[in-house]
Design a protein around this ligand. Sequence first.
Ligand SMILES: *Cc1c(COP(=O)(O)O)cnc(C)c1O
Length: 359
Amino acid sequence: MKRKFNFGAGPATLPLPVLEEVQEEILDWKGLGVSVLEISHRSNDFQEMALQATQDFIDLLSIPDNYCVVFLHGGASLQMSMIPLNFSKRNEVVSYVNSGYWAKKAIDEAENYNKVEISASSEESNFNYFPTQNLWKINSKSNYIHVTPNETIGGVALRSFDKMTIPLIADYSSSILSEPLEVSKFGVIYGGAQKNIGPAGLGFAIIRKDLLEGIKESVPTMLNYSTHQENNSMYNTPPTFAWYVAGKVFRWLKSLGGLKEISKTNLNKATKLYKFIDQSDLYFNNIEESSRSIMNIPFLLRQESLNSKFLDQSVKSDLFALKGHRSVGGMRASIYNAMPEEGIDRLIEFMKAFEKDNL
Ligand SMILES: *Cc1c(COP(=O)(O)O)cnc(C)c1O
């Protein structure tokens, strides 16, 4: 067996110690003689594990008491539909920041139900920067403002926020747990697990509890955040295996010293890679420096004809899934928590040698 460094955007690389633990436990979990895949979510053993995982998530993010955490099916995309349903009424005004591909998905979804006002957009400059909060225009009738703090495809990010007068709702799919976060600045933080938390199939939401009180009774049961909150995310069968693996990832993060520690490594990894790209004659990244993501780093080759050669050779050098998203082309290195610093060093080494051989 040989593992490559996996730069895929999601489902993404997982920490090796987590995978090894899963492997060790897969046939016989906790001496029960059955797998965690085969056990009731209502059993004491599963409940205990789920509770611990949730608590570890709360600890990692220092989530205040006036917030609740729910885990649910449907990934980030289902929640893009749930948010307008739960936190506004039909045809009311809601505000969205248009920072790229995923923000637009959320906007499209809200437009099915609401009057959407775009508070700020970087579309006219091809999303090469993230509109900062001072640029946001907010209609006083707006129920909430939605933001996508890390655009997984575009590679732009906004990494700190001021408190707002209306609930700030954020799709944190691809940067949750990458650095400390001031949860109290937000009304809702949500996302899918498969980037920086665990396997696909699991979504999370951190919700300020008072916002649950305004949810209309007409919202269908499974789409109503209150259902999940009131039933500790077990109204129906949750994605049990994904939750179990996520729990191990939380433990692993805690063992490394939590988000302060991992954020130092993350910043170091990203800085190294950007620095290399910026001085190169072959590679470039178009994003304004202050808006650059530390999780997803897209880059282009000045000679596009070299793209397929780059991809062929990189995978032979044990660097997996560097192909950029089809909407932007080029390359993308997703360097989530589980990507070790060694992976960045190996990538830079490869890029350097490739540049030397081809320019
Ligand atoms: C991946 C991603 C999504 C989509 O997630 P699904 O779980 O596939 O619905 C949404 N938003 C962002 C920022 C993402 O990175």
